[in-house]
Design a binder for this molecule. Structure first.
Ligand code: PLP
Length: 424
């Protein structure tokens, strides 16, 4: 692979022809590194930094007046960012708000919309991100249900993906809610949100989705499809920083309900400062805010969204992302015969990352990091590689596979300890 000058040349030509290649200059790509982990923590950008510095200056200069006099004001920061995010998920502006963390949003939305009278069972799958199950189980207990009884878990046939037929078969009259991810965090399988939502609605159930691994990477049409509710985080493909506030969507047909985690920040703005002791929900998704918004943990998103808009929206990012993951899959097939691609090859069933499987995945990921190729490991045998289109190019993908080939050839992973624990 080393001497393949023509392949490198072709990758360089693709970078030169890429209309999005300039975006990279706005990001702090760690010096000398190939950053392929943007689906875990996206990179800091000059835009996010400016937005953060702006609110720090306002705090210094305006103090309490920042809530009303800052530009933009802090009081409605979550709603305003909801408006900016609405096109990313295909929703109306009032259907989206920035609030809480993803896990807290799952609690408040499941807690609000779970109604055993509609159907006792909640459909999930056995490849979900664990926090989703923890929160759903906790909410089932709050509703006096035994989670082992009330959760209907669709099982994977191959340990990588979920067969849509199995999801559809699980949706019957006992089901009150379907809650699934848009993209599986490990294999990168992208679900057909429309088909699942229609099946849920046909059975009289609600459909909710966790978009953590697709927001900013895959366009969505939540309102058109009629999805009931959704959650996501902003620190993966949207580059808003570690622990940035999360987002949520609630279809307008549900406006006016009292959230399970009601708080004054979700009270109607007109009556919030009446300080009445009974809650008056905002007539929008904004009702699902809980306490005071963390401006410092939200401002970077405001800058990061400028980059998405300048890219031409998520559709443009998605087009490049698919070209990058196609290229990556091609290179793995050609140069890494001992590895398997665990991600669907059909672009319509693929999110923004590729799962490269190898029995030594854990130690391989360490050897790659040592070389400055930042990937992550997921149990039991997956090296996740995310060529994020706003700051990764075709040559980067080529070099990543080249490093992997060398790590395997030289058995470099044998220099590392076998797995024990910690953040991977
Ligand atoms: C990353 C991720 C989360 C993270 O939840 P936090 O509350 O932000 O820690 C939740 N669900 C899925 C599917 C994720 O990928």
């Amino acid at each position: 692979m080393n001497d393949d000058e023509s392949a490198v040349e072709t990758a360089r030509e693709r970078d030169a022809a890429d209309p999005l290649s300039d975006l990279r200059e706005r990001f702090y790509v760690p010096d000398g590194e190939l950053y392929m982990d943007g689906n875990s923590l996206g990179l800091f950008s000059v835009d996010a930094e400016d937005a953060l510095e702006h609110v720090i200056d306002e705090w210094r200069e305006l103090a309490i007046r920042g809530w009303t006099d800052a530009d933009p004001d802090w009081h409605t920061y979550g709603e305003r960012l909801g408006e900016r995010l609405a096109p990313l998920v295909g929703a109306d502006p009032e259907e989206v708000v920035v609030a809480n963390s993803t896990t807290v949003n799952i609690h408040t939305l499941i807690g609000t919309f779970y109604d055993p009278d509609r159907g006792e069972k909640i459909v999930v799958d056995d490849l979900d991100f664990p926090t989703d199950h923890y929160a759903i189980r906790a909410q089932l207990r709050q509703h006096g249900r035994d989670p082992d009884e009330a959760l209907r878990v669709v099982e994977s046939r191959d340990g990588r993906t979920i067969d849509i037929e199995d999801v559809l078969a699980a949706i019957d009259d006992d089901v009150g809610m379907v809650f699934l991810p848009s993209v599986l965090y490990r294999s990168g399988q992208l679900f057909d949100i429309q088909t699942i939502t229609e099946a849920a609605h046909d059975a009289g159930a609600l459909a909710g989705f966790d978009l953590a691994h697709s927001i900013g990477a895959v366009p969505h049409r939540l309102s058109d499809i009629g999805v009931d509710f959704a959650v996501w985080c902003h620190y993966k493909y949207l580059n808003a920083g570690p622990g940035a506030l999360a987002g949520l969507y609630v279809n307008e047909r549900h406006f006016g309900v009292t959230p399970a985690l009601a708080g004054w920040w979700g009270n109607a703005r007109e009556t919030q400062f009446d300080m009445a002791l009974t809650y008056d929900p905002a007539h929008s998704a904004a009702a699902f805010q809980t306490g005071t918004i963390s401006i410092l943990a939200t401002a970077p998103l405001d800058g990061a969204l400028d980059i998405v808009e300048d890219a031409g929206g998520v559709a443009a990012l998605r087009e490049k992302s698919l070209a990058l993951t196609d290229f990556l899959i091609e290179l793995v097939d050609e140069h890494l015969p001992e590895c398997e691609v665990g991600t669907p090859r059909d672009p319509a069933a693929r999110g923004g990352h590729v799962a490269v499987e190898h029995p030594e995945a854990y130690r391989i990921s360490l050897a790659l990091k040592e070389r400055g190729v930042i990937v992550d490991f997921r149990q039991p045998d997956v090296v996740r590689i995310a060529p994020v289109p706003s700051y990764v190019g075709f040559e980067d993908v080529y070099r990543t596979v080249e490093h992997l080939r060398e790590v395997l050839d030289e058995k470099e992973y044998e220099e590392f300890e076998k797995q024990s624990g910690g953040v991977t």
